[in-house]
Design a protein around this ligand. Structure first.
Ligand code: DC
Length: 222
């Protein structure tokens, strides 16, 4: 099968990373979780004395920031493994806040485009099909209802033994991030004209993988 690029966009907690990882394994492709790069930026802002509103200072900080995502999906920020730290609720919200800045986006988008110069990438995020990989051969818009997404996150937290686990709060946070990500001025989350919509509200992980694999096979054999 000839190698192509695959863009997976969608709202928070729609399962983009889980599904992308599975697809990458089946296809022997490289998966790039672009959200992890916004999360690293957010974590470094929280660790520094930089104001969340100060776009210029955040961009200056980025000039001196190294983000590495390894093939086994570990995330290194300036040489430190932050794979766990970037997944907290606080970092999630700050990542959504700082992702509204045009110049922050420009820096991270440039890095993503450099990484995926060759074919054989599955990139997931919010603006992959519309901005980062506009010429991706397959574009998927993966979504699910707020209720389904919140319940999945709640069950994940439960399995991880996270004590501070409140379904209503998770639902509220997801709805707020959805609003921020779809209403920002620069590269808001939206389905690309040529993307295929996959609603996973009532589908298992296996069913979503199968649905998308069929879309990919259809595209490659065209
Ligand atoms: O996919 P995620 O939940 O890890 O992303 C965290 C935040 O980063 C999300 O709320 C919006 C932002 N983001 C973005 O603006 N563009 C991307 N390509 C990926 C993430």
């Amino acid at each position: 099968m000839k190698k192509i690029n695959i863009a997976i966009d969608g709202p928070s907690a729609a399962g983009k990373s889980t599904i992308s990882k599975r697809l990458a394994k089946e296809l022997n492709y490289v998966h790039l979780d672009t959200g992890a790069m916004y999360r690293c930026t957010a974590l470094k802002v929280l660790q520094s004395n930089i104001s969340l509103e100060d776009e210029k200072a955040i961009c200056e900080m980025l000039k001196d920031t190294k983000i590495v995502i390894t093939p086994d999906e570990k995330v290194f920020l300036d040489g430190v493994d932050v794979s766990k730290e970037i997944r907290t609720d606080e970092v999630s919200m700050v990542a959504s806040n700082i992702s509204q800045f045009e110049n922050v986006r420009e820096d991270l988008v440039h890095r993503q485009q450099e990484m995926a110069k060759d074919k054989g990438f599955i990139m997931d995020g919010r603006d992959i099909g519309t901005v980062v990989l506009k010429d991706a051969e397959v574009k998927i818009f993966l979504t699910a209802s707020v209720e389904a997404r919140a319940l999945r996150r709640y069950n994940q937290n439960k399995n991880l033994g996270i004590l501070d686990n409140d379904l209503e709060k998770i639902k509220k946070d997801i709805a707020q991030r959805d609003y921020q990500d779809t209403h920002r001025e620069h590269s808001p989350l939206k389905q690309a004209d040529d993307a295929v919509l996959v609603d996973s509200s009532d589908l298992s992980i296996d069913e979503v993988v199968e649905t998308i694999m069929n879309i990919i096979k259809g595209k490659v054999s065209e």
